[in-house]
Design a protein around this ligand. Structure first.
Ligand code: TYD
Ligand code: MG
Length: 452
């Protein structure tokens, strides 16, 4: 095998023979970094065989993994019903978003419900973590605290203490002394994560790794860390908003896309049991450009307000600013409105925002986005008792989406009386809601705004 340095793209994980400014695989710039080479010689895979593994069949009975609940419902739900023993969880998020606070609170909750819990900080001194615990009113929680970045020391400690859960804050500060590169580099992050995950599996210790996210929104270090762990959670929220959302993007032991909602307070994170009420409570009186989307996050219906502002642009290339939604999705919806409904947005700045710092990934939000855009452009408010959902196809047709019944039930619970949904949706019980089913966007725009 050819020897020599290998290079990896930190954005997509592709390997390259040479360093380059741009990754050919994903097109990202300045993401390629050097990696320590694989060892050859006596330890190379071809030179020494392993002992082989034991095989079983699919029918072998496996009891469902027993889970430890923390008592923080929002966290337990995102984990799929509690922490699975010997599992590895990665919690990613922007620096300063509140990861350390969340995990210290989680550690205290787990410890108070009887789990032996270790919190290792590589970023803050023990005194700082203690001060934070005091501020959060958790100083009495039986959490064992350590401040260390050398993984050799940490693994020895874990082996001695045998906790049920070890929290490592953060994976970017951890380093192995047998790898000659700086903490936070791709090889260190990857190797440290590998050691910790292997330790979790072989010794039956659950580990939670904290990972910082880069500007591009990926966990620094290669994607491979996400592949190694059982569960990947993202802690997200807009700066300046008090809401924080813990979102499962991968979960081997439960549904992905589940969210937990928290509110930042002076005494730490408070759980939000009914997020719809909270997101909508910020709503002003009905105004053009606002539409309420009846969404589903994981297993839970969540109502959010989509806000749009459309204004004449002084710029040659009008602005398209999106917060909380995919900007590609906005471009598509604008193009469909223009091509199928003859509502042009050329020469207009468009600002789109999900209220409350929520992020919406569901395609079912398309109809509410289109409604907010047209409402803002035509300066006509959508009736305040109406929720919307439905996916828009490129032809302008409205596609049915899942879980209609749950969406309607939640909307009804929050005092809405009317819903606009795609035709062909399986309605089931409407919970007393008046449901108007529409086949395409043109019909919707014509009926709601008399335009198009
Ligand atoms: P921190 O948990 O340190 O963020 P991270 O570990 O993701 O970098 O939180 C950042 C700051 O926000 C910290 O100064 C504490 C403050 N904070 C609160 O005051 N209340 C809260 O509920 C949270 C989550 C954070
Ligand atoms: Mg931190």
């Amino acid at each position: 095998m050819a020897k020599g340095p290998a290079f990896t793209c930190t954005a997509c994980g592709a390997s390259h023979r040479k360093w380059a400014g741009k990754c050919d695989a994903c097109g990202a710039w300045n993401t390629i970094v050097e990696e320590a080479p694989l060892s050859t010689g006596p330890k190379a895979l071809g030179a020494a065989r392993g002992k082989g593994i034991e095989l079983t069949d699919l029918a072998t009975e496996e009891a469902p993994p027993p889970r430890a609940a923390s008592g923080m419902d929002e966290l337990d739900r995102v984990l799929g019903g509690g922490l699975v023993p010997a599992s590895a969880v990665l919690v990613g998020g922007d620096p300063g978003i509140g990861k350390s606070t969340l995990l210290l609170q989680a550690a205290a909750s787990f410890a108070q419900s009887g789990l032996k819990c270790l919190y290792i900080s590589g970023e803050e001194a023990s005194a700082q973590v203690r001060m934070r615990a005091q501020r959060l009113g958790l100083a009495k929680a039986p959490v064992a605290l350590g401040a260390e970045t050398n993984l050799r020391e940490i693994l020895t400690t874990l082996d001695r203490e045998r906790p049920a859960l070890a929290i490592i804050d953060s994976i970017q500060t951890m380093w192995l002394d047998n790898i000659e590169s700086a903490p936070g580099s791709v090889s260190q992050v990857r190797a440290a994560a590998h050691e910790l995950v292997t330790f979790a599996k072989t010794r039956g210790v659950a580990v939670i790794l904290v990972g910082h996210v880069t500007k591009e929104g990926q966990i620094a270090g290669p994607r491979v860390v996400e592949h190694m762990v059982d569960t990947v959670l993202y802690f997200e929220g807009e700066r300046g908003h008090q809401f924080r959302i813990l979102r499962a993007v991968k979960n081997r032991f439960g549904p992905a896309d589940e969210i937990g909602v928290f509110e930042m307070t002076g005494d730490g994170l408070a759980q939000v049991a009914n997020p719809s009420a909270l997101f909508l409570s910020e709503r002003d009186k009905p105004a053009p450009g606002s539409a309420v989307f009846a969404g589903i996050e994981g297993t839970r219906p969540v109502l959010t307000e989509i806000q749009a502002l459309v204004a004449p642009s002084p710029l040659g290339t009008p602005r398209r600013t999106v917060v909380g939604l995919d900007s590609g999705r906005l471009s598509t919806i604008l193009a469909v409105l223009e091509a199928r409904c003859a509502i042009p947005f050329a020469g207009l700045d468009v600002f789109l925002n999900v209220a409350g710092g929520m992020r919406v990934n569901e395609p079912a939000a398309d109809l509410a986005v289109a409604a907010a855009l047209v409402s803002a452009r035509e300066d006509v408010a959508i009736p305040p008792d109406t929720v919307l959902f439905g996916e828009i196809s490129l032809s302008g047709a409205l596609r049915p989406v899942g879980q209609t019944e749950n969406r309607l039930k939640e909307a009804s619970k929050l005092g809405f009386t009317r819903a606009i949904a795609p035709s062909r949706s399986k309605l089931g019980s409407t919970g007393g809601m008046e449901v108007r089913q529409m086949a395409d966007l043109t019909a919707f725009v014509g009926e709601m705004f008399g335009a198009g």
